[in-house]
Design a protein around this ligand. Structure first.
Ligand code: BT5
Length: 325
């Protein structure tokens, strides 16, 4: 009912009386009044005037299902949206939904995560009201080994979406970070359930620091889009831009079953290439030069012995950025 009342207010730029809304929606005026108060609590600025009724003046920076749905015009990604004020981790919630059969493109998004996850058991700081914490359920017909390619594609699209909405020059640190002015503004965590020869589902989890004004001392390398630009943003427009870009490219990826067609764009936005990097692999740590991205998405590096090696995953630090100075 709350969403219906909101939709009504949005349709009418001017005042609309409580009576008119109650007749159209077939509920009591008391119920309208209760739902208007709920909307006000969520931050919607609604003016009420005797005899004239209610008028929506301003919509807050919320990322609820109704606010996102009202601005996106796409077919698969975000067709079904599950919004939560708070969850432990949107990736975990998405996994539960995927196991119950949630369809491809289902989006789980939360205002706050209590136990946001990074890779390999690390945590992801996800305070309320300032960031985008979301996970997409995908069901592509690819092999488990290809799943990490979706991290690259999503990173590329989020990098482009950030550029379009904010004008900031963001870059991708292979494989899963988006960096602005040398600090981390976004991280991606791709998880999957798979058999030997195929993927059941992939959970593509993305965290973007949008409007934070500061970070704790434990996160010296973190930044937000607001900190870098001096402006604040409505989070839903970044979600919208990303979903639109990613839907187009993801559909093409599913047809091609390859990221080759995206590699030129990826490389143009990748800060890792042509830099010295430090790789922390399962068999130890080494320094190398990042030369290229291969057709399968792996990073091609040249080590101290002038040997070419492929890096498929692991911790990669770029000289001059974050902790590898
Ligand atoms: C990542 O891991 O960068 C993946 C982050 C994915 C977060 C999204 S939010 C929606 C979805 N649901 C989840 O539960 N997770 C996903 P990794 O590369 O391992 O980086 C983790 C490290 O980044 C931590 O150890 C911290 O040092 C740092 N970090 C934590 N919170 C941060 C933040 N908000 N901004 C920047 N850096 C952060």
């Amino acid at each position: 009912m709350k969403d219906k009342v909101l939709a009504f207010l949005k349709e009418h730029n001017d005042y609309i009386s409580g009576e008119e809304i109650s007749i159209k929606l077939g509920v009591t005026r008391a119920s309208i009044w209760k739902n208007i108060n709920k909307l006000k609590e969520e931050g919607y600025q609604i003016e009420s005037a005797t005899k004239r009724g209610y008028r929506l003046i301003d919509t807050p920076d919320v990322i609820t299902e109704s606010e996102i749905s009202s601005i996106i015009n796409i077919h698969i990604l975000g067709k079904k949206i599950h919004y939560y004020d708070k969850v432990d981790s949107t990736n975990e919630t998405a996994k539960l939904l995927a196991r119950k059969g949630a369809e491809e493109g289902t989006l789980v998004i939360a205002d706050r995560q209590l136990m946001g996850k990074g890779r390999l058991g690390k945590t992801w700081d996800s305070p309320s009201g300032t960031g985008i914490w979301m996970s997409l359920i995908l069901r592509p017909k690819i092999t488990p080994g290809q799943a990490s390619q979706l991290t690259l594609l999503a990173g590329l699209n989020m990098c482009e979406a950030i550029g379009r909405v904010t004008g900031l020059d963001s870059q991708i640190k292979w494989p899963n970070d988006i960096v602005v002015n040398g600090k981390k503004a976004c991280g991606i965590l791709t998880e999957m359930s798979a058999e030997l020869d195929g993927v059941n589902y992939i959970i593509l989890g993305i965290g973007v620091n949008v409007n934070m004004k500061s970070f704790g001392e434990d996160l010296p390398h973190a930044t937000s889009l607001a900190l870098e630009s001096g402006k604040t943003y409505l989070r839903r427009y970044i979600v919208k831009e990303f979903l639109q870009l990613f839907e187009t490219d993801y559909m093409r990826y599913k047809d091609e079953k390859s990221i080759v067609v995206f590699l030129e764009r990826y490389k143009k936005n990748c800060i890792t290439l042509n830099h010295d990097i430090k790789i922390i692999a399962s068999d130890g740590e080494y320094i190398a030069y990042a030369k290229d991205i291969a057709a399968d998405g792996s990073l091609i590096v040249i080590d101290d012995n002038k040997q070419e090696r492929s890096v498929f995953s692991g911790e990669v630090s770029v000289r001059g950025i974050y902790d590898y100075i």
